[in-house]
Write a protein that binds this ligand. Structure first.
Ligand code: HEM
Length: 509
């Protein structure tokens, strides 16, 4: 009996320890799983609005987010209304998300404004990653924004630049912000629509209105499930109305191209070349894509090009001039280089490729793109599948904001990051092709900007010509150190107040 009893005790003991062992294992597994499911740290949340209250205040979103990241880390979780969002604020995490897991983060969130403007997101910027996006991107790279195409628009740029210079010559104090916006917009308009761009003035005004409304705050994007709240501010219907007018103008232009092509004129560009609408219609006629191209596709893509081609390039040009005015030594160096390289030339021809020799001006442009990143929160991305980043779980469909503005000010990557020092790029291997995560003004990876060449063509030569032809001064009573450098709310981190300068034309003999 005693033997049975001690055997029973032994079995019970074994059972007890093995259950304990199983429980400990289960606890460990669940702990590891929970750890893997851990969301990144972030500020405290309120019911209903989540973390939104942390973004309320006077500061611009990229500035507020940088400050929050200093407290919660470079991978931070915010619940913006009902939308789970992560914010990336260090080059190391940006590399992990945008390079190591590029495919998992290759989607864009579908926003209310983008759905209205881009015909249900059938453009390239907002289309979901997949076959459709791949084909649209191929058209952009091989046709619409190829170096051959960008080169073919050089005549348009030269003409617009020459009228920009003439119009500045006739003034004493110039609103350079307005002049430059008109310049980049006209170049884009003439490249896209060729000769058939009659209502350019009206088109520009409407486009500005659409972009302004699109950059605003939409309740529907924060509370997608609360349909009753949508359009409380009336913004949605205002955007729909403004967009309808732009749509009408573009529809007429496309139909006029179609009629011209039917009559045998397949090149409606200004100098006998194809314009961007012609390129699309040619692809359509040759049935080159896996899906039928409609006027809606063409209009959505043209909107991408207007959005990318106008605001971003003008923002960079204006900031570059403002920084040059604020830093007279840099201005003197850049002007001396431009004047030496252009040497008494009256007419500048892009074919000369002289701008390639302006090595200091290139550094000025790179530094402007660093300090005044035209897309401070890059293009928003969306997670396509649950992914683990730096030990944290990022659920499917999480919105991703990469604070490119903060990366370009990362104290571990840059010396004296708040100062405008073009020389920092001298002898440096850093470029803007998305390989250096402290410097990604054009984004990176699969969805990197396809319009880099188009954009830079509207910045380099115009800036060189403005420095070559004019002496620039600030209006009476403003000192360089007092120049207002406030950025505006909106998509492109543009300068808030228009830049006024006094220009004196240099007679060149
Ligand atoms: C200084 C000028 C420009 C800057 C700084 C800029 C910046 C950017 C950035 C940050 C992105 C997001 C990239 C990403 O998610 O990784 C982007 C995307 C894009 N940009 Fe630009 N851009 C410029 C000029 C242009 C121009 C001139 C065009 C067209 C004419 C253009 C067309 C596009 C398009 C279509 C996309 C979407 C690409 C995709 O989602 O696959 N951009 N750009």
């Amino acid at each position: 009996m005693a033997i049975y009893s001690s055997l029973f005790d032994l079995v019970s003991l074994l059972l007890f320890f093995s259950s304990l062992f199983v429980l400990v294992r289960l606890w460990r597994i669940s702990k590891t799983r929970n750890q893997n499911k851990r969301l990144p740290p972030g500020p405290w949340r309120l019911p209903f609005i989540g973390s939104l209250h942390h973004l309320i205040g006077g500061e611009l979103p990229h500035r507020t987010l940088k400050n929050l990241a200093q407290k919660y880390g470079p991978l931070m979780y915010l619940q913006l209304g009902q939308v789970p969002t992560i914010i990336i604020s260090s080059p190391r995490i940006a590399k992990e998300v945008l390079k190591t897991h590029d495919l998992a983060f290759a989607n864009r969130p579908q926003l209310t404004s983008s759905t209205i403007i881009f015909y249900n997101n059938i453009d390239m910027v907002f289309s979901q990653y997949g076959d459709y996006w791949r084909q649209m991107r191929k058209i952009c790279i091989v046709e619409l924004l190829s170096s051959k195409m960008v080169k073919s628009f050089s005549g348009i740029r030269e003409k617009e630049l020459s009228s920009l210079i003439s119009s500045i010559r006739s003034m004493t104090e110039v609103n350079i912000t307005e002049k430059i916006f008109m310049f980049t917009n006209s170049v884009t308009c003439r490249s896209a629509f060729g000769k058939i761009c009659k209502d350019r003035g009206e088109f520009r005004t409407l486009l500005k209105e659409v972009l302004l409304l699109a950059g605003g705050f939409f309740v529907a994007d924060l509370f997608p499930c609360w349909k009753l709240l949508h359009n409380l501010s009336g913004m949605e219907s205002r955007l729909v109305n403004a967009h309808r007018k732009v749509d009408e103008i573009m529809e007429n232009i496309i139909n006029e191209h179609i009629a011209n092509r039917a009559a045998g004129n397949k090149r409606n560009g200004e100098f006998g070349d194809e314009d961007l609408v012609d390129v699309f219609l040619r692809i359509k006629e040759k049935d080159q894509l896996h899906f039928p191209i409609t006027n809606g596709h063409i209009k959505a893509m043209l909107f991408d090009i207007f959005l990318g081609g106008t605001e971003t390039s003008s923002t960079v040009l204006i900031w570059a001039l403002a920084e040059l005015m604020k830093n007279p030594n840099v201005m003197a160096k850049a002007q001396s280089e431009v004047r030496q390289v252009f040497k008494g030339k009256k007419i500048y021809d892009e074919e000369d490729n002289i701008v390639e020799k302006l090595s200091y001006l290139k550094l000025v442009i790179m530094e402007t793109l660093r300090l005044h990143t035209p897309a401070p929160l890059m293009g928003p991305r969306e997670c396509r599948e649950e992914t683990n980043i730096a030990g944290y779980n990022i659920p499917n469909k999480t919105k991703v904001l990469v604070n490119a503005w903060a990366l370009a000010r990362d104290v571990e990557s840059w010396n004296d990051p708040e100062s405008f020092i073009p020389e920092r790029f001298y002898n440096s291997s850093i470029d803007f092709m998305g390989n250096y995560f402290e410097y990604i003004p054009f984004g990176t990876g699969r969805r990197i900007c396809p319009g880099i060449q188009f954009g830079l063509a509207n910045i380099g030569v115009p800036l060189a010509q403005l420095l070559y032809n004019f002496e620039w001064k600030l209006p009476y009573g403003i000192n360089p150190q007092d120049l207002d450098m406030t950025e505006t709310h909106g998509l492109t981190g543009a300068k808030q107040n228009d830049l006024y300068l006094v220009a004196t034309y240099r007679e060149i003999f």
